[in-house]
Design a protein around this ligand. Structure first.
Ligand code: SF4
Length: 304
């Protein structure tokens, strides 16, 4: 799904929850993200969340009068094609390790001394990327966790730093290589806070088309906010697990299916941090407000 821009689309607002042809005012609007609903097969289908200033509430269906596609090709793949054609597929395959073919480009960020873009043989370990290329953890820090392929790949603990960065190994670890956007976290990081920040991202970025993702991501933000402010319970943690399974199994696309990975993996690998927030009402890393914030009734409500 690509990003829409205001120049590309003239949008017709229809009645709430109504997919009939547009009867409302034709408007040029800024479309933050999403695909588009239409009853014309040459056009694209999807809902877009309209903001509260548009009359009415919740989600309206919006019809686009454009046929401009939003496909973005994978530049990393395309950039390799000339060299593979020139040197041959066997040459490229030999660059990888342990049966893996070729190389992988990583965007290394977070608490390392030398963040940047690095190209390593497919199958190189996270330790090589973080220490040999990233220069190790920034001053006074110890490696606590890393996210191998962006937040969608979940969080792995420091003890797994020797894991080979290849598709099979990461899948076995309930993670994935994803975009190769590795995020490194040192011991000043709160894993519950990271789960909440990731949840905000998915709640903001989802297109709203299917219920498990649209409602699930908002619900996860509410629950993690309760926990980070010292108002959570183990029942909330159980609810997170159930929600995560439903979102993974029932969401329509990869965004909703991978949205649970950050909180499920942090629950799995850093349960002690959840215990401190839930039972002791404190954040061991002193990042979360823990018990210092009292939630308003509306913040505690579950909107479905
Ligand atoms: S999973 Fe999320 S992003 Fe994907 S179609 Fe459903 S609501 Fe949209």
């Amino acid at each position: 799904m690509g990003t829409l821009n205001s120049e590309a689309f003239r949008l017709h607002l229809t009645a709430d929850q109504d997919k009939t042809p547009p009867s409302g005012t034709v408007q040029d609007i800024y479309a933050p993200s999403g695909i588009l609903y239409s009853n014309n097969p040459t056009q694209w289908f999807a809902p877009i969340k309209v903001n509260a200033t548009d009359s009415g509430s919740g989600i309206k269906y919006i019809l686009a009068s454009t046929t401009r596609p939003t496909l973005v090709n994978n530049v990393e793949t395309l950039a390799r094609v000339p060299t593979i054609l020139e040197r041959g597929a066997e040459w490229y395959q030999r660059l990888g390790r342990d049966g893996n073919a070729g190389t992988k480009v990583y965007c290394l960020s977070g608490h390392v001394k030398k963040p940047g873009a690095y190209e390593l043989p497919m199958g190189a370990t996270a330790r090589e990327l973080i220490y040999d290329y990233g220069g190790g953890i920034r001053i006074h820090g110890q490696l606590k966790a890393f996210s191998p392929g962006g937040v969608s790949s979940g969080i792995l603990p420091a003890e797994m730093v020797d894991i080979p960065l290849d598709y099979e190994s990461l899948t076995k670890a309930s993670s994935m290589l994803g975009s190769g956007a590795m995020i490194v976290m040192d011991d000043s990081t709160c894993m519950v806070d990271i789960a909440l920040r990731s949840a905000w991202f998915f709640a903001h970025e989802n297109c709203g088309e299917c219920t498990p993702c649209r409602i699930g991501t908002s619900r996860v933000v509410q629950i993690l906010t309760k926990i980070t402010t010292g108002h959570g319970s183990w029942q909330d943690a159980e609810t997170l697990k159930e929600l995560g399974e439903r979102m993974h199994d029932d969401s329509r696309c990869g965004l909703g299916q991978s949205a649970p990975l950050p909180f499920l993996s942090s629950l799995n690998h850093f349960r002690g941090e959840y215990q401190a927030h839930i039972e002791e009402k404190r954040c061991p890393s002193k990042v979360c407000p823990a018990s210092s914030i009292v939630l308003t009734p509306s913040a505690q409500e579950v909107s479905v």
